[in-house]
Design a protein around this ligand. Structure first.
Ligand code: FMN
Ligand code: SF4
Length: 424
């Protein structure tokens, strides 16, 4: 079956308003505007669309949390921070299909009664920012945004592109809201949830870039069409970003539930005919899978049964040359540096985990250190203001679960037995 999100990504005219319309753009929006906002929310609910930002929350349900009254202005925040290492799909969507995202946002604004949308883009993504800004400008130029958006009286929507400054925690939705308000990107305690108290204290819905990009297709082609791809619980396609030790790293739009082996096949398989050692299926924070799990369908309901998650669909491949203790050291270094430091379990836990990984990697650790490394991540889970601490604990737990031999070899040999492994 043909893809939809990325069908025209090779065509540069798709980033212009005229080119987008020539390919049938805004058909979904026109259909949405012919329905009541409540009906549009029901369609998105019925489609089963799950958020593509990492947690896989039901999009229609989230939209229904927005207050129905118009006492206060309502806001949409679009998460284009894409801070998960191994994930690069949102960048591609913003650069190649900016109007897909904007059309999805306008449909969302109609459905939720929002008057303003902020697109928060990772600061390093300069091309994505320029592309989105140009697309927004074109819409204003044709008077399709602002007062009477798309000519609909009483539908007044403004869209602002906002550049972030590069911190992983600014991808977490409440850290992002703080950053958007000009403060340090430190996550907020919940409740209150963004639907009650979000950006600038206003009712807010936060969705990922890719999530919005799917919406126009659902409105235009229908719920049954959308559900005909993917799995029962995870309909539609997604852009899998395959990186690491494969022949042809890249982005591949495939139905959710595609077996991992097939996803790797699109990237040409493991480089140089080497053996596969492990795969992180959804970005750096998702626990590794061993080669015995190559047939797993790439959808949350199947991956969670194997102790991992789909995350952002950033598939990171490691071949037999990789030392998994080295991986643990690099992963823990990242999370130690990116913790915002508000919660003791996260701030201290990430520092301890990194210290222990380093000690083991250098061949200076004892059995007691390995036992401690098994315990500390457990103490970090579910105890903190945001899910960052869980995201820091999971990959270490996965590496210990499937590759304990690598850790034990370091204790036994008092050095790293993988001379070829990569440098930090
Ligand atoms: C530490 C951390 C980092 C996150 N980074 C991102 C990110 O870069 N982009 C994103 O869309 N969601 C990210 N999320 C998830 C967001 O908090 C939020 O769930 C998501 O943007 C909601 O969109 P969705 O429902 O469309 O998936 C992160 C979450 C955590 C805990
Ligand atoms: S879990 Fe970590 S990143 Fe999240 S609020 Fe606490 S200290 Fe900050």
């Amino acid at each position: 079956m043909k893809n939809y999100l990325s069908e025209h990504y090779g065509d540069d005219s798709f980033q212009t308003l005229a080119g987008y319309e020539a390919k049938g753009g805004f058909a979904g929006l026109r259909k949405a505007l012919a329905q009541t906002p409540e009906q549009v929310v029901e369609i998105v609910k019925a489609s089963g669309l799950r958020g593509r930002g990492g947690a896989g929350f039901a999009t229609g349900l989230k939209w229904s949390f927005m207050p129905k009254t118009n006492e206060r202005m309502k806001v949409i925040v679009v998460n284009g921070d894409e801070s998960e290492p191994g994930s690069f799909k949102d960048r591609m969507i913003m650069e190649r299909g900016p109007f897909e995202v904007l059309e999805g946002i306008i449909i969302g604004a109609w459905a939720m009664g929002a008057q303003r949308a902020y697109i928060y883009v990772r600061g390093e993504y300069t091309r994505a920012i320029r592309t989105l800004e140009a697309a927004v400008k074109e819409l204003y130029g044709k008077k399709r945004l602002g007062k009477s958006t798309f000519g609909v009286k009483g539908f007044d929507l403004d869209i602002v592109v906002h550049s972030g400054a590069g911190a992983y925690i600014c991808g977490e939705e409440t850290g992002l809201l703080e950053s958007l308000e000009g403060k340090k990107g430190q996550p907020r305690k919940k409740p209150p949830f963004p639907a009650q108290h979000g950006a600038f204290g206003l009712p807010t819905t936060v969705n990922n870039i890719e999530t919005f990009a799917h919406v126009p297709f659902i409105l235009d082609r229908g719920v049954e069409w959308f559900k005909s791809r993917g799995t029962e619980k995870s309909p539609g396609t997604t852009l899998f970003g395959v990186s690491g030790h494969v022949e042809r790293p890249g982005l591949f739009e495939l139905p959710l539930g595609t077996p991992l082996r097939e996803v790797l096949g699109h990237a040409g398989g493991v480089r140089g005919g080497r053996r596969l050692k492990g795969v992180m299926p959804g970005g750096l924070s998702m626990p590794v899978l061993p080669p015995s799990e190559l047939e797993v369908p790439m959808a949350e309901e199947f991956l969670s049964q194997r102790g991992t998650h789909l995350g952002t669909g950033g598939v990171m491949v490691m071949d037999e040359s990789v030392c998994m203790v080295r991986v643990a050291t690099v992963v823990s270094y990242f999370f130690r540096d990116e913790s915002c430091g508000q919660c003791t379990q996260c701030r201290e836990g990430t520092a301890w985990v990194h210290k222990l990984c380093q000690k083991i990697e250098r061949g200076r650790a004892s059995d007691a250190d390995l036992a401690l490394l098994s315990d500390v991540p457990k103490l970090m889970e579910g105890q903190t203001i945001c899910a960052f601490a869980d995201a820091a604990a999971w990959p270490i737990q996965g590496l210990l679960r499937h590759f304990r031999d690598d850790f034990e070899a370091h204790l036994r040999e008092q050095k790293c037995p993988f001379p070829e492994s990569f440098e930090l």
